[in-house]
Design a binder for this molecule. Structure first.
Ligand code: NOJ
Length: 761
């Protein structure tokens, strides 16, 4: 049969070759795949087609049936019957080869499986959590870490990652903010593009590339009150202008797949949402890849109560354009009878199957189903030394210096340093949630890093308190220690006898991520109390934060002289942090999510709208505010300090007007006016003063990361044209409107003077 199939393909290719000329060779190559798909597809029965739309999670045992488990036996049988098209969570060159062999050897058409896995911030070598890494604003590093993650995953038999998560998130209570790139659609789109390029390379043909997946389509970052899996109510203006841009970018960047989401959007579950899946994604954006459901999200439509039963959920999701059913068994159990009852549905099945086949051809699986199954290669590749070097570089660039009064930092050598805190000697927390095959406790802890980097100091460590009780893992609810203060005394004594105290506090790895929403986003457990008691005896404190989300740090900011945000920095966390503490590396990260002063301010984000009541007269209450706190965040988007200082001068516009066919250049001189070399992230924000719909007060529209030696000046320029000023209007048209604008180029979203310009018709 395979031979017959290949001969059909050869004819198709010959036909195509003869009918194409050299200019459209690229189109011709794509068409070859399309022709192969059509040829192959014509051989398939309905049951074989449905199998391709069914995806299961299988564990290590799934290379054979587990004798004691009925479900496992059933799944194994389905796998070797061809009733499964792709699997997730089976890893390793050997395991994937074994299962692939069984599928190839037992099924009529020998269609290879795709092996998928959540490779979120590294496979074995763990890079900073995506939110942390986004604070580098360094697209080159971001692309490289995704590339290495893909390389390691591919060498372990994986061909598809469920990343990047491109959900815009404005509410730090939501646990999954750690997986994204923060609150801004412009930056989020650039980062989405970099991650996709990193995973997929220029083409899935290239060695060690894997298919990426833009998720969660759409609106998942806007779950009400930041509570995971909650409902989503957004209007079309926010949907089109804030939530969707990174997804649209992903489609433009040729991401191979999209994943839909658990939530509903304004009354319609994302998994069966005709508007976003069919009208936008597949029609308007011309996306010709695969849409996979989220885990059982088709099944969950029964809980949303928009589907009476799984059969109806399957029908709705299929019609809406969801190609693969992950884990709900809705398609494998019901599509056959649905199509028999209503043959019109076959057209949707066929479309979905062709998309899946196309992906398999693009991945080269038909040519070599064992493409990535090589044990020797796996050993050489996974966890290679140079990957860890990149992990350190990414970590260094992700650190954000939040406060440094009295120049406490960097720490000058030959000091007596106390290192205190439940996360200080913890080699697990820096790996964060969703750490792939990153081994438990395998990160360099802060204490280890400090002992390596700050060798000439005396470094003494005590824990101070436990943060959590019992086991921490992906599946269990975390229990936080709220009562055991046994370590306090020793910590206080140590602090008393030290020159400086480095306190490592924050959230353990499994306090953020899926299912880890929090109502209180302050330091959990007894940590703030410990910090206050240490502060009472030694005010010379450097607070090193390790956490997966923005936190409320009002007391900390008021009292602690130096604060650095290190997120969950990955395999080389401790060394990177120690290099920043020691001044070996000058921090340059800038926040990509605002930090609130109080949880009641959430959602908080820099690109908010003016409202009809932005301010009021003195002593009046009738304007948009909370009566007990101002409207500003504690640390805004784009904020982050350095050990040096940067001066912005001579902000100029090449012209004070442009039209729809011209552009202007905005430039600024940035000078390193401090005592050390350093990198600066130069940001351009634009305000559209009047528009037909309400728009944010300012929006990021450009950024550049530059490196300046002390005393050096560089001119940084941005091109502004009418395309950059576009937004979705009330009719969902992506337009720019003539009128008044202003822009600023500055070091953060909250500083800088505006310059005006006009866009003429
Ligand atoms: C559920 C998560 O929402 C999704 O992001 C992930 O890719 C799937 N589980 C598969 O693990």
């Amino acid at each position: 049969m395979i031979n017959k199939y290949f001969s059909i393909c050869s004819w198709s290719f010959l036909f195509l070759f003869l009918s194409c000329n050299s200019q459209n060779i690229e189109t011709a190559i794509l068409s070859v795949i399309d022709m192969k798909v059509v040829s192959f597809f014509s051989l398939m029965t309905l049951q074989e087609k449905i199998g391709q739309l069914n995806q299961y999670s299988v564990g290590e045992e799934m290379t054979g049936p587990n004798q004691d488990n009925e479900d496992s036996k059933k799944r194994y049988q389905q796998l070797i019957n061809g009733d499964v098209g792709s699997v997730l969570n089976l890893l390793g060159a050997e395991n994937t080869r074994l299962l692939q062999e069984q599928v190839i050897n037992n099924t009529r058409l020998k269609i290879p499986l795709i092996f998928a896995y959540d490779v979120i911030h590294g496979y074995k070598t763990i890079f900073p959590i995506p939110l942390g890494e986004s604070c580098s604003w360094d697209l080159d590093i971001i692309e490289k870490t995704a590339k290495i993650a893909a390389k390691e995953a591919a060498a372990s038999g994986v061909q598809w990652t469920f990343a990047p998560m491109v959900d815009i998130s404005r509410d730090a209570r939501w646990g999954r903010v750690m997986e994204g790139a923060g609150e801004d659609p412009f930056l989020g789109s650039k980062i989405a593009d970099a991650r996709i390029k990193g995973f997929q390379g220029n083409s899935l043909d290239e060695p060690f590339t894997i298919a990426a997946c833009a998720k969660h389509f759409a609106g998942y970052g806007f779950v009400e009150s930041g509570k995971d899996y909650n409902i989503v109510n957004v209007g079309k203006n926010t949907l089109m202008n804030v939530i969707l841009p990174p997804f649209k970018q992903a489609a433009n960047s040729n991401v191979a797949t999209f994943m839909n989401a658990f939530n509903d959007i304004d009354g319609t579950p994302a998994s069966a949402n005709n508007f976003i899946l069919r009208d936008l994604l597949k029609r308007d954006w011309n996306f010709d890849g695969v849409v996979v459901s989220d885990w059982n999200s088709i099944g969950e439509m029964v809980n949303h109560r928009t589907a009476k039963n799984l059969r109806s959920a399957a029908e709705q999701a299929l019609i809406a354009g969801c190609d693969i059913d992950m884990e709900a068994t809705a398609y494998v159990d019901h599509l056959d009878s649905l199509v028999k009852d209503n043959p019109d549905l076959l057209i949707h099945v066929d479309e979905a199957v062709k998309r899946v086949l196309k992906l398999k051809f693009e991945l080269g699986l038909f040519e070599d189903p064992f493409r990535y199954c090589n044990i020797e290669l796996e050993k050489e590749t996974v966890g290679a030394k140079e990957h860890f070097e990149l992990a350190e570089k990414a970590a260094l660039n992700s650190i954000v210096l939040l406060k440094n009064s009295k120049n406490v930092l960097p720490l000058i050598e030959k000091k007596k340093i106390a290192v205190i805190g439940p996360l200080a000697n913890d080699g697990d927390t820096p790996l964060g949630n969703w750490r792939g095959k990153g081994e438990q406790n395998s990160a360099t802890s802060l204490v280890e890093g400090m002992k390596m980097v700050l060798k000439n100091n005396s470094i003494n460590y005590t824990k101070g308190c436990e943060l959590s009780i019992g086991n921490n893992n992906f599946f269990q609810e975390l229990k936080i220690n709220k009562t055991d203060r046994n370590g306090f005394k020793e910590a206080i004594e140590l602090a008393k006898s030290s020159d400086v105290v480095v306190m490592a506090l924050g959230e353990p790895a499994y306090m953020s991520g899926e299912g880890r929403s929090r109502a209180d986003i302050g330091l959990p457990g007894l940590q703030l109390e410990l910090l206050k008691e240490v502060y009472a005896v030694n005010k010379n404190i450097v607070l090193v934060l390790m956490n997966g989300r923005p936190m409320t740090l009002t007391w900390e900011n008021e009292h602690i002289p130096a604060i650095i945000e290190t997120w969950h920095l990955g395999s080389r966390a401790g060394i990177a942090i120690a290099k920043v503490l020691a001044g070996v590396h000058n921090p340059s990260g800038k926040l990509t999510m605002s930090f609130p002063k109080h949880v009641g301010q959430l959602p908080i984000y820099y690109n908010h709208k003016n409202t009809g009541r932005p301010t009021s007269g003195p002593n009046q209450v009738f304007y948009s505010h909370h009566t007990d706190i101002d409207n500003n965040p504690l640390y805004p988007f784009g904020y982050g300090l350095s050990y040096t200082s940067f001066d912005y001068s001579d902000i100029t516009l090449s012209n004070d007007s442009l039209d729809f066919n011209s552009s202007i250049e905005a430039s600024v001189d940035v000078t390193n006016t401090g005592g050390v070399d350093g990198a600066e992230i130069v940001q351009m924000y634009i305000t559209d003063h009047f528009a037909s719909v309400t728009l944010p007060n300012i929006e990021l529209k450009g950024f550049k990361k530059i490196y300046l030696r002390k005393g050096e000046t560089q001119t940084v320029s941005f091109v502004v044209d009418s395309d950059l000023l576009r937004f979705y209007n009330d009719s969902n048209n992506f337009i720019s409107e003539a009128g008044s604008f202003s822009l600023k180029i500055s070091t953060s979203s909250s500083t800088g003077d505006m310059k005006s310009f006009e866009l003429y018709q």
